[in-house]
Design a binder for this molecule. Structure first.
Ligand SMILES: Nc1ncnc2c1ncn2[C@@H]1O[C@H](COP(=O)(O)OP(=O)(O)OP(=O)(O)O)[C@@H](O)[C@H]1O
Length: 614
């Protein structure tokens, strides 16, 4: 049915004339809101609100003498609107009962001009999760709809930080093989928000690394960020492809007796562009042998034309951000940065231009070549690097890839039953910091021999949206790369050591929350505090280790409060194995290293995410 102006206020031009000529920040008009009724729509500076017109009241209404409290929203903030569309002339449904009754049987469809405001609401059960919410408004006057759409779109354009152009990598076989379907489910959010996307569906491992490392700076500058539709390993590949040729930083600091020889501990990219060195790592050594030594980066850079050499792409880069749409087996990075494992929430945080900084660990393997030269091989990690149990699980799980995500449970059980320990020495920078809530004991040489952490999670400062710890400015005024390693600049640093047989050696960059470990490996790790959490599990009885692993799976558990567990919050460490060897697991990818050094760069990259709400 076509409703004419004299039927209701919705067509009353006197009420709505020259609405936007007015300079006032509060504008208002009457519309029919789909599935609700006639409303007065008001445009405030930072939000849009609507109130039912007529006998019904927004707060409470009665029908057949029963009181109903409306469940419908009455406003939306501009920051929660991701798109506004002018629709075709079509139907607006109006119930003849109050909206709160949710009785949709007694109503009518009215043909009108319409526009839709696309936004979201938060899930009541999971506050981090966003649920799409559309509000369609109808009016008899097309011009009126157009004016509102134009006004709203002009205001959305002024919202800061929203991306316009993104490079999207889709891993079709990620997790349960749902990568493409996951992207198809969220792609309309990007198109509605008018975000251009260049989509690359990968055909093999390493392809995204190749694209990211060889893309010209000029082209990269045309994007506001890169989105990975896949798991942690896929994101790691993209991150490494991005950082390897662009990020210039010194290697991690090491104790004086760490055997590698680095001429002047130079910057990892401070080299001659024309120097081309043959690949030294073989396919057998790494599952993903694509991250080359610094000298090899030179060969890639020299492929870039001279115009691109001139086009700069500074790293860290405040504007350029990374997004992850979860489709993997674990998705720990997405859970830590968005608080949930939900493709819709991730897509919304990307198009709305959210931002958190993320620490990145630089992990360097030191390897002696047949010519007895020691060569470094750099890898970057966003979530976790682990040796022993973690390395063995990833190696074992690769044999059962066909099982999908269940392969990790199966491989984990097999590795647990084998109960292998590895001899190693770990040296870590012991930073005197008020922030470190560990009480430590030292042996007579001053070496830190045990760290005990406070046992109640409530005492810990958990990383959340607008986290104070992550936003804290470091005490030391520093510039350039030094600003990324604030805890190395402290005068109160010393090397402490742990030596012996370990079931595992792990370094968590972030809490690594996931569905199996709801608080993560380290509940109070932060997204960008500039610290690694070194977790050393000494050889112990099978049952004790099982008890530690069980604590990991419990919300509020205390997996670090065991005698055989050491937890050190540190900006850098080195590792040397002796005897039998395992491999390192860097963000879920195999990295074979007998000698390794690592450091963390505070907030090196920015993510399209707002941090966990809870
Ligand atoms: N088309 C492809 N075919 C096979 N492997 C690929 C392809 N594209 C990417 N890869 C590689 O697959 C590996 C695993 O990918 P991803 O992290 O998405 O999945 P996952 O292992 O199931 O999830 P998670 O890392 O969260 O446990 C990555 O190292 C990635 O480089």
């Amino acid at each position: 049915m076509e409703r004419e102006g004299n039927d209701c206020h919705v067509g009353d031009t006197s009420l709505t004339a020259s609405l936007f000529d007015d300079e006032a920040s509060v504008l208002s008009s009457t519309f029919l809101l789909d599935h609700v009724g006639e409303v007065t729509l008001t445009f405030h500076e930072d939000r849009l609100s609507w109130k039912l017109v007529g006998p019904l009241d927004n707060d409470v209404s009665t029908c057949l003498r029963v009181k109903y409290f409306p469940k419908v929203a009455t406003e939306i903030k501009l920051s929660e609107i991701y798109a506004v569309d002018l629709n075709d002339h079509g139907s607006i449904y109006i119930s003849s009962l109050p909206p709160a009754t949710e009785c949709l049987l007694l109503g009518e469809d009215i043909q009108m001009y319409r526009f839709t405001v696309h936004g979201f609401i938060r899930s009541k059960n999971q506050p981090s999760q966003c649920i799409l919410a559309d509000y369609t408004f109808g009016h008899t006057n097309l011009q009126m709809c157009r004016k509102w759409v134009n006004q709203l779109n002009a205001s959305l354009k002024r919202e800061v930080g929203r991306p316009k152009n993104l490079l999207v990598f889709v891993h079709p076989r990620s997790g349960k093989g749902n990568g493409c379907r996951t992207w198809e489910a969220v792609a309309p959010i990007f198109s509605r928000a008018k975000v251009e996307t260049k989509v690359i569906v990968t055909e093999r491992a390493g392809e995204a690394f190749g694209v990211m490392s060889s893309i010209t700076n000029m082209e990269l500058n045309s994007y506001d960020g890169v989105v990975a539709v896949g798991g942690d390993g896929f994101f790691n590949e993209i991150l490494n492809g991005f950082l390897s040729p662009r990020f210039k930083a010194p290697y991690p600091p090491t104790p004086s007796d760490f055997v590698h020889v680095v001429k002047d501990n130079g910057y990892s990219l401070d080299h001659d562009d024309d120097e081309i060195v043959a690949e030294t790592s073989s396919k057998k050594e790494d599952q993903f042998p694509l991250i080359s030594s610094p000298k090899q980066f030179g060969s890639r850079i020299s492929n870039l034309n001279s115009a691109d050499k001139a086009a700069e792409f500074p790293v860290p880069n405040e504007w350029f951000r990374f997004g992850i749409i979860p489709a993997g087996s674990t998705d720990a990075i997405v859970i830590c940065t968005t608080g949930t494992r939900d493709p819709i929430t991730s897509a919304l945080q990307i198009v709305l231009g959210k931002r958190v900084h993320l620490d990145i660990a630089q992990v360097v393997r030191w390897k002696t070549t047949p010519r007895s030269e020691v060569e470094p091989n750099v890898r970057y990690a966003a979530s976790f690097s682990g040796y022993g149990f973690y390395g063995d699980v990833i190696t074992e799980s690769e044999k059962y890839r066909w099982m999908g995500p269940k392969r990790y449970d199966y491989a984990g059980t097999m590795v647990f039953l084998k109960h292998r320990s590895y001899e190693a020495e770990i040296a870590y920078l012991d930073v005197e910091s008020d922030e470190i809530n560990l009480t430590s004991k030292r042996d007579h040489q001053g070496n830190l021999i045990r760290a005990v952490r406070s046992s109640h999670i409530s005492e810990k400062r958990i990383c959340r949206t607008n986290c104070n710890v992550c936003n804290e400015k470091p005490n030391h005024a520093s510039v350039g790369v030094c600003s990324l390693t604030p805890h190395l600049n402290s005068e109160e640093t010393r090397w402490a050591r742990s030596k012996g047989h370990f079931l595992s050696v792990g370094a968590a960059v972030i809490s690594c929350r996931n569905e199996k470990a709801p608080d993560g490996l380290v509940a109070d790790a932060h997204l960008s505090d500039g610290f690694l959490h070194l977790i050393l599990i000494r050889d112990c009885p099978h049952a004790s280790y099982l008890w530690h692993l069980t604590q990991l799976t419990r919300r509020g558990g205390n997996p670090l409060n065991f005698k055989f567990v050491e937890h050190h919050k540190t900006p850098a460490f080195s590792f040397t194995s002796s005897g039998d060897e395992s491999v390192w697991n860097v963000d879920g990818e195999i990295f074979q290293a007998h000698q390794l050094s690592a450091q963390v760069f505070r907030g090196l990259v920015s993510m399209f995410a707002s941090g966990p709400e809870v």
